[in-house]
Design a protein around this ligand. Structure first.
Ligand code: BTN
Length: 356
């Protein structure tokens, strides 16, 4: 079944959009002056409204200077300096202005789980592409109801999606998000990044990012999906829990240059928008091919821990419905829809312990 056409990219609330557009114009000027009269005219707002947006940016730490008859200027290094110290939601909004994902960003210093916040926003009618980011999560959730360690310094982000995919293509959304996150991490880390079924993102077999999709359905598909993405970026703030120490890694350790939370969020949103539109417009094959091309452990012996037991066999492929195809002893093939995959050491070694 083909996907229904997606609606045009949503417009954020006018006031938020105008402030982001002011910032976007100042950043685009590369430190040169921007005339207040021109800018107000371009944005269709009064000079007083423009002045209020400039004041609000200054209150948030943006060093915008204004000189009579000259215009407003913003030091081009300001964005990088601010983003090096903290996540800057308005910078992400300014960079994602006019795009489908990331036009509206809600930031909180601390939440239980960003997925819960995004869910409440979705229930209240938040448009597709609304993003929630938190400085830390105290009740972060992983797959299979696991606790997700979310200390300050990481990217803890959830997005509201309103896909118009036919029901049979919906499971591929998980693979599309995992592929996009892996692509983004690879761009920033400059190192090969793998995906492990269904949606773990690994560098050298250590988990660097995880994804949790929560879908609210109606009879013909998804009403909305909350896509939760956690990326280990910096773990300076808190000691790494012992049980995770040799199983996870973080971008701050893998990337050759400093990477900010803003960089990671922006790069993920760019890649995710591309894969999301592709899944709607071109069907599942390109996403499946991209996922397979970086899949860890295909062709290898694995054990899959299921809610009611275990399956062992060779992980053969991922099917068009997103399930994992496993060949058991004797040649029987099984499709696994949900479970936890562990690599089996080929020569009788012990399997890896459960994933993060
Ligand atoms: C997993 O690999 O088990 C999935 C981890 C998903 C973690 C992210 S962090 C942002 C969002 N909020 C949550 O509570 N979980 C997801």
């Amino acid at each position: 079944m083909p996907a229904k056409e997606l609606s045009p990219a949503p417009d954020p609330a006018p006031a938020a959009r105008a402030r982001s557009r002011v910032l976007a114009a100042l950043l685009a000027a590369g430190g040169g002056p921007v005339s207040g009269a021109d800018l107000a005219g371009r944005l269709g707002i009064s000079r007083t409204a423009l002045w209020k947006h400039i004041e609000s940016l200054r209150r948030d730490g943006w060093p915008v200077e204004g000189r009579p008859h000259h215009g407003y200027t913003l030091d081009p290094g300001a964005a990088r300096e601010l983003a090096a110290r903290r996540f800057v939601p308005e910078l992400l909004e300014a960079r994602r202005l006019g795009s489908r994902l990331g036009h509206t960003v809600h930031w909180y210093p601390e939440v239980g789980s960003t997925n819960d916040v995004a869910r409440r926003l979705a229930e209240g009618g938040a448009p597709e592409g609304t993003v929630v980011v938190a400085g830390r999560q105290v009740a972060g959730r992983g797959r299979l109801r696991r606790f997700w360690w979310s200390p300050p310094g990481g990217l803890w982000m959830s997005l509201v999606l309103r896909p118009t995919l036919p029901p049979e293509r919906l499971p591929l959304l998980t693979l599309a998000v995992a592929t996009a996150v892996a692509e983004a991490v690879e761009l920033l880390a400059g190192r090969p990044v793998a995906v492990k079924w269904p949606n773990d993102v690994l560098v050298d077999d250590r988990k660097i990012a995880g994804i949790l999709l929560e879908t609210v359905t109606h009879p013909h598909g998804a009403e909305y999906v909350v896509a939760g993405i956690g990326v280990n970026l910096d773990v300076q703030g808190e000691p790494v829990p012992e049980e995770l120490a040799d199983r996870i890694t973080w971008l701050g350790r893998e990337a050759p240059q400093p990477v900010t939370v803003n960089d990671v969020a922006e790069t993920i949103l760019q890649r995710l928008e591309a894969r999301y539109l592709q899944l709607h417009g071109e069907g599942g094959e390109p996403v499946l091919a991209a996922w397979r091309s970086r899949a860890a452990w295909l062709g290898e012996p694995v054990r899959i821990v299921l809610p009611g037991g275990e399956v062992e066999g060779i992980a053969l492929d991922v099917a068009a419905d997103g399930s994992l195809v496993v060949e058991q002893a004797g040649g029987t093939r099984r499709r696994i829809l949900a479970g936890d995959v562990q690599r089996l050491r080929p020569l009788g070694g012990t399997p890896e312990a459960g994933s993060r």
